[in-house]
Ligand binder design. Structure first.
Ligand SMILES: N[C@@H](CCC(=O)N[C@@H](CS)C(=O)NCC(=O)O)C(=O)O
Length: 207
């Protein structure tokens, strides 16, 4: 299996952490943004977004679907139906709401300047900050009496929800206002698999 990844991005990170946590035999192909936008890559992911998993003739994109595929049969997906659906709920919420808010703020305020793509789009950032204000308290309340998103057990949902963890300092968000989220982020940040996923991988495929 191969994972095509932007190794420093939120959506690739959740999958990389899962691969390391489960010790899965997946070759990680680190790409540049230019490679993600290329026609060659569009042949396996027409969205020109990372990550994409290739398992023989099976091609899968969308990070949360990839995570579910890779975690199947492992401890990172609960066996019990309601817990499984609870996890699916959080993965869906993360993709539609949470990641959109934090991902937009991250892209506009951190990635765009890094790539030399000009000034952050102020209107987009303002809107995403409003979204973050709406959705961060949802997690904060949820984690009041829980160590992890599903309670006392680590699951793939935790890697998805934690994907912005490394940018706590960089994002223009007062994470101090969310102590339960901070505690959760700290727990995830201590995991060896998470630390391994944070290491900058050299670009592994040709331009
Ligand atoms: N919903 C997709 C989002 C993927 C996505 O937005 N990937 C970003 C990095 S986090 C990307 O590839 N950006 C490159 C670009 O926009 O050119 C998923 O979860 O896989």
């Amino acid at each position: 299996m191969q994972l095509y990844a932007l190794t420093q991005s939120m959506n690739s990170r959740k999958v990389l952490a899962l691969i390391h946590h489960l010790g899965l035999p997946v070759d990680i192909l680190a790409m540049t943004v230019a490679q993600v936008q290329s026609d060659d890559y569009a042949a396996i992911n027409p969205n020109r977004l990372a990550p994409t998993l290739v398992d023989g003739d099976f091609i899968l994109w969308e990070s949360n679907a990839i995570g579910l595929y890779l975690a199947e049969g492992s401890t990172m997906i609960p066996g019990e139906r309601r817990q499984r659906l609870d996890m699916l709920r959080w993965l869906q919420w993360e993709g539609v709401h949470y990641n959109r808010a934090l991902g937009t703020i991250f892209f506009e305020t951190v990635v765009r300047p890094q790539l030399g793509w000009g000034e952050p789009n102020g209107a987009l950032v303002d809107d995403a900050l409003q979204q973050a204000k709406r959705f961060l308290p949802v997690i904060e309340a949820h984690l009041t009496h829980r160590e992890f998103m599903l309670g006392d057990r680590l699951s793939f949902a935790d890697f998805a929800i934690a994907s912005a963890e490394p940018y706590r300092e960089a994002l223009p968000i007062d994470f101090g206002a969310y102590p339960n989220l901070q505690r959760f982020y700290d727990t995830i940040a201590r995991l060896p698999a998470w630390q391994k996923a944070l290491r900058k991988a050299p670009v592994a495929i040709a331009a």
